[in-house]
Write a protein that binds this ligand. Structure first.
Ligand SMILES: NC(=O)c1ccc[n+]([C@@H]2O[C@H](COP(=O)([O-])OP(=O)(O)OC[C@H]3O[C@@H](n4cnc5c(N)ncnc54)[C@H](OP(=O)(O)O)[C@@H]3O)[C@@H](O)[C@H]2O)c1
Length: 257
C-alpha cells in the first residue's frame, strides 16, 4: 500500500474548512493524523490555536473519514490525565487534563471517538531521528552536567514501536481508545540516567531535581504511566519494555553525533 505524506504546506490544519476538500482530492483509502499542536507551554497562551489544531481539525478529519467509510487513526497523549493516580491509567480511566494542551487533545479524542476512529494514546515519545528528550540529554551532557526532574513519572515510548503497533491495530480494524506505550515506567531522571549509560557516558552527569525548581507555565501530571486493557481483545502483542528499545534509539542518536 502506498502512503501519501502531507505536510503543513499541503494542508494547514488551522484551515479547518479546507480539510475535507484537500482529503477528498487525494483518493486515499485511510487517514493517519500525526500532526498536532504539541507546544505544551505555548498552549497555555494560545489555547484557541491548540484547540483548533488538536480539536476542530481532528473533528473535521474524523467526520470526513466517517462519511467516506475511511479508517482513521489519530494520536493522543497521557496529558489528558491529571497525574493523581498511583496505578497505570487504562483506556477506561477517567480523564481530567490539567493544562491547555491536554484539554485541546481531549477535545480531539472525543470528536474522533464519536466518529468511530482509532485513537492511539501514547506518551514520552523517543526516536533516533527526531528531536526528543533523550537526544537533548545526550547532546547537553557532552557539554555540561545537567539536572533532570525525578518527580514526574511516565511511560517512555519508542516511536517505531508505537507506530508498528498502531498500524497493526488499524490493520485489524480496531477502533476506539487504545493505550500504545512501551512496557515499564520511569521518571525523566531515570530515563536520562539510563540513556547516558546506553550511550557509554558517565550517568553521574545527570542529577535529580524536582519540578518546583523549574517553574513552568503549564502544569504537568506527576504520574502518567499508561497500560492497555485492550491488547488481548484486539489480538495485539505488548510493546517491548522501554529499556529494551532504548538502545536502538541511543545508537541512532550516537551515530548522528
Ligand atoms: N512527543 C511526545 O512525547 C508525545 C507524547 C504523547 C502524545 N504525543 C502525540 O503524538 C503525536 C505526534 O507528536 P510529535 O511529538 O511527533 O509532534 P511534533 O514533533 O511536534 O510534530 C507535530 C507535527 O504537526 C505538524 N503541525 C503542527 N501544526 C500544524 C498545522 N497547523 N498544520 C499542519 N501540520 C501541523 C508539525 O508541522 P511543522 O513541522 O510544519 O511544524 C509537525 O510535523 C501528536 O498527536 C502528539 O500529541 C506525543
Amino acid at each position: 500500500m502506498r502512503a501519501v505524506p502531507l505536510t503543513r504546506k499541503d494542508l494547514d490544519l488551522t484551515d479547518v474548512k479546507a480539510i475535507p476538500v484537500v482529503l477528498a482530492s487525494l483518493a486515499v483509502h485511510g487517514l493517519i493524523n500525526c500532526a498536532a499542536y504539541t507546544d505544551v507551554e505555548g498552549a497555555e497562551e494560545n489555547e484557541d490555536l491548540a484547540t483548533t489544531i488538536n480539536g476542530a481539525a481532528v473533528r473535521a478529519m474524523a467526520e470526513w473519514a466517517a462519511d467516506g467509510d475511511h479508517p482513521f487513526l489519530t494520536f493522543s497523549t497521557d496529558y489528558v490525565f491529571d497525574g493523581e493516580a498511583s496505578r497505570p491509567y487504562t483506556e477506561s480511566s477517567p480523564t481530567s487534563p490539567i493544562n491547555a494542551y491536554g484539554r485541546s487533545k481531549r477535545e480531539g479524542e472525543l470528536a474522533a471517538l464519536a466518529a468511530g476512529a482509532l485513537v492511539a494514546r501514547t506518551s514520552w515519545l523517543l526516536s533516533g531521528s527526531h528531536p526528543n528528550f533523550v537526544a537533548t540529554v545526550i547532546r547537553t551532557a557532552r557539554e555540561r552536567p545537567i539536572n533532570v526532574v525525578s518527580d514526574q513519572v511516565g511511560s517512555p515510548s519508542i516511536a517505531d514501536d508505537v507506530a508498528a503497533t498502531s498500524l497493526e491495530a488499524m490493520g485489524r480494524e480496531v477502533t476506539g481508545l487504545l493505550h500504545v506505550t512501551n512496557q515499564g515506567s520511569a521518571s525523566w531522571f531515570e530515563l536520562a540516567h539510563r540513556a547516558l549509560l546506553e550511550a557509554g557516558m558517565d550517568p553521574g552527569l545527570v542529577t535529580p531535581c524536582v519540578s518546583a525548581d523549574y517553574p513552568t507555565l503549564a502544569r504537568r501530571p506527576a504520574y502518567s504511566v499508561m497500560a492497555s486493557e485492550r491488547f488481548d481483545e484486539c489480538g495485539l502483542d505488548s510493546l517491548p519494555h522501554w529499556t529494551e528499545s532504548l538502545s536502538g534509539v541511543v545508537a541512532e542518536i550516537s551515530e548522528e553525533a
